[in-house]
Design a protein around this ligand. Structure first.
Ligand SMILES: Nc1nc2c(ncn2[C@@H]2O[C@H](COP(=O)(O)OP(=O)(O)OP(=O)(O)O)[C@@H](O)[C@H]2O)c(=O)[nH]1
Ligand SMILES: [Mg+2]
Length: 448
């Protein structure tokens, strides 16, 4: 993303009538523009009363002007804040004047984007600014603040430097291979690698909980074809949203809906049944199921009790994404006569047809969702892209460990470690593309 420095202006307070209306002006040459509106500028960070005037000398408003000098400003550039009366007419007039004098209307999120590009904050912090503004609960605001003040970035940087030091040792072992130099045993860094892996899993859990604060607790229904997932989905929502038929492979695209369960915001997703298939449409559906599973806080792995728990289910269940909780749900028990309700710690028996056992399952989901949406101590505000990158980081660490255990070449281990570290860098915006930044900042509000 090119680092533009031209002066930009925008309304910084919420649009509409208010006690105070703030306009921000930032970029190269912004002092000269501001001087033509208010006369002399006050000293740095000193609030002073001024008249705001149009080029023809007519009065626009009176208010406080504050000057921030680069790099000690929100954007890291020279910046002026005009704090006038909250009159939409006066504010529009002021903005029009600033534009006539050479400033450009800021794009949504452009102030934050500049703050990021000028190193005032990393990408997770810039995102946290937007998340704080749009937080719908105190818990969400508090998690956003935790990210904004750097808790998330710190944890990521710690992981990065831990990984870096392991990489150095692995590289050294590669360089000195075969020479008569004593190199550290691999067990020295293996332990640390495992330790890092646990830390990534823990951070993933904190981030997932943060995402839940924004989106609600995400529950995904998955499992083999014809298990009764869509029927259960419809029962949860209380309406026939998903198509249900006796044909295996009915659901192709995944379906999602918001479900309020006794005051708990749940985002529930129905997916295509999992099986070996040659049908390209169904294969695509199954591929999508796999990607949707990455978003889950809770996975309900549904099987038809009549078919029972099969070996393929065991394998799929064991390879569900780490960091989310998975329960087994034996469905259609009206046809098998199994006792409804809790089977064991993480298994439930239900009938979507007769609703037997549904109450217990819903209660369990409700209890599960609670810590995710209440003020858990160290939750950090996160976004889907953070979770995706953390999952990729974890994948890299796992591959590195496997490669080591299999006795593969150390070059392979080093390569996997590098991937893992790069994934962390992406979250912080250290390796960001113009497209990614554009997509992130475009969702911000204007003036932020
Ligand atoms: N008796 C009985 N039949 C059920 C129950 N749940 C689902 N069924 C039937 O089982 C068949 C498959 O149900 P679906 O809900 O479409 O199953 P699914 O898991 O979504 O299947 P796919 O979308 O193909 O993966 C349908 O004929 C349903 O009517 C149940 O609890 N009891
Ligand atoms: Mg279905």
């Amino acid at each position: 993303m090119k680092n533009e420095r031209d002066p930009i202006a925008a309304w910084a307070t919420a649009p509409g009538i208010g006690a105070v209306g703030i306009v921000r002006l930032s970029g190269e040459g912004c002092y000269a523009i501001a001087e033509r509106v208010v006369g002399s500028l006050p000293a740095e960070r000193k609030a002073s009363l001024r008249s705001f005037r149009a080029p023809d000398g007519s009065l626009i408003d009176t208010g406080v002007v504050i000057r921030f000098c680069a790099p000690r400003s929100f954007t890291g550039e020279d910046l002026i804040e005009f704090q006038g009366h909250g009159s939409p007419v006066a504010i529009e007039h002021l903005l029009e004047t600033l534009q006539r004098l050479g400033a450009r209307q800021a794009r949504p999120g452009e102030f934050s984007e500049r703050a990021f590009l000028n190193g005032r904050m990393d990408l997770t912090q810039a995102e946290a600014v937007a998340d704080l503004i749009s937080a719908e609960s105190r818990a969400a605001a508090s998690a956003a603040l935790r990210s904004l003040t750097g808790h998330f970035s710190e944890a990521l940087r710690e992981l990065q430097s831990g990984l870096e030091s392991i990489e150095v040792e692995v590289e050294a072992a590669i360089d000195f291979a075969g020479e008569e130099v004593s190199i550290p045993e691999s067990s020295a860094w293996l332990d640390r690698l495992q330790d890092l892996q646990h830390k990534v899993v823990a951070l993933l859990a904190r981030s997932r909980a943060g995402l839940a604060l924004r989106r609600g607790c995400v529950v995904v229904l998955a499992g083999p074809v014809n298990a009764g997932k869509s029927t259960l989905f419809n029962r949860f929502l209380g309406e026939p949203r998903a198509i249900v038929t006796p044909v295996p492979g009915t659901t192709r695209d995944w379906l999602e809906a918001d479900w309020v369960l006794d005051g708990l915001r749940v985002h529930v997703i129905d997916t295509a049944g999992l099986r070996e298939s040659d049908d390209p449409i169904e294969m695509e559906g199954i591929r999508r199921t796999q990607s949707v599973l990455q978003r889950a806080h809770l996975i309900l792995y549904v099987v038809d009790d009549g078919q029972g728990w099969r070996e393929a289910d065991e394998i799929r269940f064991a390879t569900l994404p780490k960091g989310s909780v998975a329960w087994k749900v034996y469905s259609q028990i009206d046809r098998t006569g199994r006792r409804p309700g809790k089977v064991d710690a993480d298994a439930y028996a239900v009938s979507a047809e007769t609703e037997a056992g549904l109450l217990e399952l819903k209660e369990a989901i409700w209890i599960f969702g609670q810590p995710q949406t209440t003020l858990a101590g160290d939750v950090v505000m996160a976004r889907q892209r953070h979770l995706d990158a953390l999952e990729r980081c974890l994948g890299g660490l796992e591959h590195a460990l496997w490669a080591e255990q299999r006795g593969d070449a150390l070059e392979l281990v080093a390569e996997e470690l590098r991937h893992a570290r790069q994934a962390l860098g992406e979250i912080l915006g250290q390796r960001s593309t113009e497209e990614l930044l554009g997509a992130i900042f475009a969702t911000f509000c204007i003036g932020k």
